[in-house]
Design a protein around this ligand. Structure first.
Ligand code: PLP
Length: 427
């Protein structure tokens, strides 16, 4: 028996020239790929807010990116029925149940006007996995992906995990946080493979017009760049804004449409998303998924099928509630010292410019508050309000507020912030 020298069995086997791998006990090991990866900030903040609440603190959480409604009863009932069929208990095709792939094809064809066949659909474990599958299918090592910033927090991480290089393109309130062709062109290199378009956007809530999308698509088509359009929030637009998809304007053989039901039908916990692309890409993603996760839970697929068959009545009801809350929140945020607000046209977030509160007058313990990260920590520690700092979205100086919480909490949470900043900044 070999003595424990603090190295792994591979090294201890005595083979000449064996690589000496440190034993786990001696030095906890994590790969280069995952070593620098941080947990998604909105999810980490949501978890912290829930922990504080469980400890009895009166936390109001603006952090979570999920509707505060329950999954509609007709979806839950359909799942109960599916559970009486033993087929639900067993493996199913990795790309998704045929009936669900057809339903997604019908859905996407319906709002884009494209012809979409079920063979062009792959169902995944949430929009998150759908995007990761799509990136993995089109990126070669070192390929660059243009990501307008502020961006959804997982895009750069997923691009890097898929071997690509994220290239953020900064946008600001002056353009309603929308990228222009000129800014995209300035970021393009010979290695640019893909552009990610998110409209309505998380975190900014901005919504591109059809003309803006057509122009961006024409640029992408002329340069040979793929377009991934993330349409998770397509149901949620306000104040007369209209949702348009970039998909009809993009060359079909370089198009990836991502969607899901987490936001529209509160399938956040069920996990269900999809990618629509060419049959070749769908086949590649299916092979990948067949080795990594296999089929999405059949239970969730039946939930998704019921959601799609049930149509848009439920998301429309939620949209109307969000529209009202958006007004409620806007009225308070606009009166909050240190904050500048660009009224968002979509999703369910405010992306507030908090730089006016970061001059150093606020104190966190002994330290002046100079970053949005510090400000979000101060809000949670001093007044039990959880928000996500702009650093998580590539936009330091900003704070993201979800308004997917009830009127009473929304008002109270925002008033706590307004009162704190009014007393500390104006004093
Ligand atoms: N894309 C955007 C823009 C999102 O905001 C989210 C979730 O917050 C996702 C994708 C992923 O959604 P899912 O919960 O289906 O994984």
């Amino acid at each position: 028996m070999t003595e424990n020298t603090g190295t792994s069995t591979l090294a201890a086997s005595g083979a000449e020239g064996a690589i000496r791998i440190p034993a786990r006990e001696a030095e906890p090991w994590v790969s280069t790929l995952l070593g620098g990866l941080q947990e998604s900030a909105p999810q980490a903040i949501d978890a912290l807010a829930k922990r504080y609440r469980a400890e009895g603190r009166p936390v109001i959480a603006f952090g979570a990116g999920e509707p505060d409604f329950d999954t509609p009863a007709h979806i839950v009932d359909a799942v109960r029925e599916a559970l009486s069929d033993p087929a639900t208990y067993h493996y199913s095709p990795p790309a998704g149940l045929p009936a669900l792939r057809s339903a997604v094809a019908t859905e996407v064809a319906g709002y884009t006007g494209l012809n979409v066949d079920a063979s062009e659909v792959m169902v995944s474990n949430g929009g998150k996995q759908a995007i990761y599958n799509a990136l993995t299918a089109v990126l070669d090592p070192g390929d660059e992906v243009i990501i307008p910033a502020p961006y959804w927090t997982s895009y750069p991480e997923q691009v890097a995990l898929a071997g690509g290089v994220p290239v953020p393109v900064a946008t600001g309130p002056e353009s309603e946080f929308k990228a222009t062709v000129a800014s995209l062109e300035a970021a393009r290199t010979e290695r640019t493979r893909l552009l990610i378009v998110t409209s309505p956007s998380n975190p900014t809530g901005s919504v591109y017009t059809e003309d803006e999308l057509r122009e961006i698509a024409e640029w992408a088509n002329s340069t040979g760049i793929w377009v991934l359009t993330d349409e998770m929030y397509r149901h949620f637009v306000y104040d007369g804004a209209e949702f348009s998809s970039i998909a009809p304007f993009v060359q079909r053989n370089r198009l990836l449409i991502v969607g899901g039901l987490a936001k529209s039908h509160v399938l956040t916990g069920w996990r269900l998303g999809w990618v629509v692309s060419t049959p070749r890409i769908v086949q590649a993603m299916t092979s990948f998924q067949s080795h990594t996760t296999g089929n999405v839970s059949n239970v969730s697929q039946h939930a998704a099928l019921a959601a799609l068959v049930g149509g848009d009545a439920f998301p429309e009801q939620m949209r109307q509630v969000f529209e009202r809350r958006r007004q409620l929140a806007l009225a308070i945020l606009e009166r909050t010292p240190g904050f500048t607000v660009t009224p968002p046209s979509g999703a369910f977030y405010f992306f507030v410019d908090a730089r006016g509160a970061l001059g150093g007058e606020l104190q966190l313990g002994e330290d002046p508050v100079r970053t949005s990260m510090q400000l979000s920590t101060l809000l949670l520690e001093r007044i039990d309000v959880a928000v996500v700092p702009g650093e998580a979205f590539g936009a330091p100086g900003f704070l993201r507020f979800s308004y997917a919480l009830d009127d009473a909490q929304l008002t109270e949470g925002l008033e706590r912030i307004r009162e704190l900043l009014a007393s500390e900044l104006i004093a």
